[in-house]
Design a protein around this ligand. Structure first.
Ligand code: SAM
Ligand code: DTB
Ligand code: SF4
Length: 334
């Protein structure tokens, strides 16, 4: 054990929830020897969760394409030539069928995404019956619709929405390199509204935008220093989509990706850390390291929003190989 690691470990118990992380503490977490970081992250993970259990969320793009925002990673921005058509909101029946299929395959949460900057009130009125219908099937519900007003947040809460996804994506310092059509504070304001309304928060980011380790640390520090940690923290590996400005972004070294998962686990001990977009480009071994480092949720099902996700049968084989079970399965591995 290095002296630095000993200091980090002595400074707080494995289940202590902190909101006062300093930039230098986060830098120290990232710069530890890999084995020290993984040992620390896995210890925190075990102190807070069953380490062999993974939560399964299935995504559905309920309103694809045509988004006015300029997020440099996103195939759904109207500004980039990506072969994603701008479609209206999906009909209720189609959404309910997709939710039933997700539930039958073992998902516990159904996440519906819409390519909006911020929904109009009439847009939201189309989404409410989808939330109510999915909820009636016995699934947790999550939606991601862009920026919201107080009134809209109240409507979602009254519909029984469980989670709202709204990512910060990267550090406050790097944000302007990726998005110019809204500010970091816009994002934080919506997150605060959602939290204050009593809806659970799903908020994370993307690794691979060209950011440095410092930016990954500052994203995680922003999340962990929120008044309440997000219950769900999706860590996406950039899916490089042809036609977007980040189509040729430099690939992330897999070890650096695992470090990000591990630091997220240490800083937000009781949150679900989700291994999110980008799994089709990950080996089984990399995913196994991520689960060891504290990831305990995935997107499950063949499709993310506009891009592919691993086949359900592949994920089931991987889970069997690793002795992992989902929240819904009876747990058989100690
Ligand atoms: N328009 C809403 C918004 O931006 O909040 C909801 C949908 S948006 C597609 C949801 C999230 O997907 C983004 O915040 C981003 O983190 C993630 N995302 C989008 N494109 C991605 C990509 N190519 N690779 C990885 N993550 C991506
Ligand atoms: C999140 O953090 N990742 C999901 C979900 N929340 C909405 C979206 C990933 C999108 C990947 C690119 C695509 O399929 O369009
Ligand atoms: Fe629009 Fe969301 Fe894509 Fe940004 S990430 S372009 S807001 S759909």
């Amino acid at each position: 054990m290095t002296t630095q690691t000993a200091q980090i470990r002595q400074s707080h118990a494995a289940d202590e929830i902190r909101h006062d992380w300093s930039a230098s503490e986060v830098r120290a977490l990232f710069s530890q020897p890999f084995n020290d970081l993984l040992f620390q992250a896995h210890s925190v993970h075990r102190a807070n969760f069953n380490p062999n259990q993974v939560q399964l969320s299935t995504l559905l793009n309920i309103k694809s394409g045509g988004c006015p925002e300029d997020c440099a990673y996103c195939p759904q921005s109207v500004r980039f030539d990506t072969n994603v058509a701008a479609d209206p909101v999906l009909p209720l029946q189609q959404v309910l069928e997709a939710a039933a299929k997700a539930k039958a395959a073992g998902a516990t949460r159904f996440c519906m995404g819409a390519a909006w900057r911020s929904p109009k009130d009439r847009d939201l009125d189309q989404v409410i019956p989808l939330i109510e219908g999915v909820r009636a099937q016995g699934l947790e519900t999550c939606v991601t619709l862009g920026m919201l007003t107080d009134n809209q947040v109240a409507k979602l809460r009254d519909a029984g929405l469980d989670y709202y996804n709204h990512n910060l994506d990267t550090s406050p310092e790097f944000y302007g390199n990726i998005i110019s059509t809204r500010t970091y504070d816009d994002r934080l304001n919506t997150l605060e509204r959602v939290r204050d309304a009593g809806i659970k928060v799903c908020c994370g980011g993307i690794v691979g935008l060209g950011e440095g380790t410092q930016d990954r640390g500052e994203l995680l520090r922003t999340l962990a220093n929120l008044p309440t940690h997000p219950e769900s923290v999706p860590i996406n590996l950039l899916v490089r989509v042809e036609g977007t400005p980040l189509a040729d972004a430099a690939p992330v070294h897999p070890i650096d990706f695992v470090r990000t998962i591990a630091v997220a686990r240490v800083m937000m001990p009781a949150s679900h850390v989700r291994l999110s977009a980008g799994r089709t480009n990950m080996t089984d071994e990399l995913q196994a390291l991520c689960f060891f480092a504290g990831a305990n949720s995935i997107f499950y099902g063949e499709q993310l929003l506009t891009t592919a996700n691993p086949d359900v049968s592949n994920d089931q084989q991987l889970f069997a190989r690793l002795g992992l079970s989902s929240d819904r399965q009876v747990h058989t591995h100690a």
